[in-house]
Each structure stands twice: as C-alpha cells, then as structure tokens.
Unconditional design. Structure first.
Lengths: 109, 173
C-alpha cells in the first residue's frame, strides 16, 4: 500500500509534505536503541516518541514514515529534520493499539 | 574469504546503558556501556583523572556478522552513534558532509575516550563494516549513510549532532 492510500484509509493527518511510496511493513517502538536494531527499510514506524533522536535513528535504517499516536506532535525542528531526510510524518489521535488494529484491518502487517 | 562481498547482520545484540563521565581536572569525557539493571553512578580516581558521573541513557551494542562467509566484526570499540549536524568549517566531519552533499547522511561512531589520548578510536575495520551494513539495506535512490570515527570531530564539546540514545525517554508520557 502507498503512503497516500494509507493516509486516506486510516484517517491520518500529514505533518509534513512527503514523497509517496510503497510501504513494506510496520514496526512499533518508542526506543531509539530498538529501532536501530529491529526496524527495516521502507516500514512505517508507529511511536509516541517525538524526539529528534528518533528521526536520526529512523533515517539510519531508512524508515519510510513515522506515525505519532495519541495526538503527539513533534516540534518544528524535528519536522524540519524529517523533511530533509525524506521521512513522511503523520499523526493520529488514537492510541498505538487502536491504530495497529486498523492497519491489520487494512491488510498491512 | 578475502573476496567475500559481505552481507552483514547484527549479532550479539546487548541492551544497556551508555554511561558518560567527565574528569573534573582535565575536562575530558569518558563513556562506557553497562549492562547492569541500573546504570552505575560512581566518582573515582584513575591515574590523573577524577571521573564524575555526567549522565546515562538506554543504548544498544552489537557486533556485525557476515551471513555469507561467517566473519564477525566486533564493535567493542564503539559506544554509540551520532548523526552529525556540525557546520563548523574547522571540523573534518562537517567538511566531509559538505563535500558529500545532499543525499549523504554522516553519522559519527563514538569511541569511549573523547580525548583520544591513547591515540585509539573506532577501528577502520569497524567503520568499514558499519558503512557496509547501514548502506546494504537502503532503498531510497541516491541516499547514502557515511559512518566516520569520532577522532574526526573537531571537539566533543563543539561538534554538533544527535546522539542515538534513549535520553529522557521517561519524560515523554
């Protein structure tokens, strides 16, 4: 599924402008050390963490997009860094579990 | 073996704490990785240094193993990674980033001794393996990860960057 399709179907709000691309999986984590060791390229990362180090870790392993749950909003400099790195940022008001369930309903695993 | 085009995977993954200490006399910094349940907080003398606890964050250590030839590159000499955002014209890392241009992201492999008084830093072999590992899976065309040793930083206090560690994680909720 493409990012734009996911945005529409799951009710995500785009935080920055992004280049549309096919996503290849999902990873859920709030820990930078975990992201570095387990997240794969082209996945969407679901998290509560809005710190800059998360973007630095996501960029290192080539994450395609990040979804901030529970209405978390990253600071402007974090958005700027993600945009520079070509990482799409989205937010959703629902919690991580509800959003993950929605992804399963959409057939994304 | 020598001609293997390595396909690296992470091995011996250990989660723990990156503990940073500072010398109250020479102002040098030292860091080590601890797998203890709670990050150790100590003050002690070591030769001419008087080390005091500066802080800690959750972090990870790993080695790299080639799935083709079985070679393992131990990354014991690296305590962490930092995405460089340095723009100091006197800094080699900033110069490298500028020369590489858009699409290349420079990350600094941090060794334990910021003063490099022993003359040692993260080894060339480790740097080479890290570069191969982090670039082998990139799917974005034109994107490149460039890992450099921290001996190329202008100064640990001046060189700007984002350390990949879970600092302040408990504050997010």
């Amino acid at each position: 599924m493409k990012l734009s399709e996911l945005e529409k179907k799951s009710g995500l709000k785009a935080v920055n402008q992004y280049t549309d691309m096919e996503i290849e999986g999902v990873y859920i984590s709030d820990m930078v050390s975990d992201i570095i060791t387990n997240a794969k390229a082209n996945v969407i990362l679901i998290t509560l963490q809005t710190h800059k180090s998360l973007i630095a870790a996501a960029n290192l392993v080539d994450v395609a997009a990040i979804v901030f749950t529970k209405g978390k909003k990253p600071a402007e400099d974090v958005v700027e860094l993600a945009s520079k790195a070509g990482i799409a940022l989205f937010s959703t008001e629902v919690d991580t579990w509800v959003f993950a369930s929605k992804l399963i309903e959409l057939g994304i695993k | 073996m020598g001609t293997c085009i390595h396909k690296w995977e992470m091995a011996d993954i250990r989660y723990g704490y990156l503990v940073v200490e500072g010398c109250t006399r020479c102002k040098g910094r030292s860091s080590f990785f601890s797998t203890e349940v709670v990050a150790p907080i100590d003050e002690y003398q070591e030769g001419e240094h008087f080390w005091a606890y500066f802080g800690s964050s959750q972090a990870v250590k790993f080695n790299l193993k080639c799935t083709e030839c079985g070679k393992t590159t131990k990354l014991d000499d690296m305590v962490g990674l930092m995405m460089s955002t340095c723009d100091d014209p006197q800094c080699d890392v900033a110069r490298i980033a500028k020369k590489e241009g858009r699409g290349t992201w420079v990350y600094v492999a941090l060794c334990a001794d910021s003063t490099h008084s022993s003359g040692k830093c993260v080894s060339e072999e480790s740097i080479e393996a890290l570069n191969e590992y982090f670039n082998q899976n990139i799917k974005v065309p034109g994107k490149k990860i460039l890992i450099v040793p921290c001996s190329q930083c202008c100064s640990v206090d001046r060189c700007k960057g984002i350390v990949l560690a879970d600092t302040g994680l408990t504050e997010i909720y």
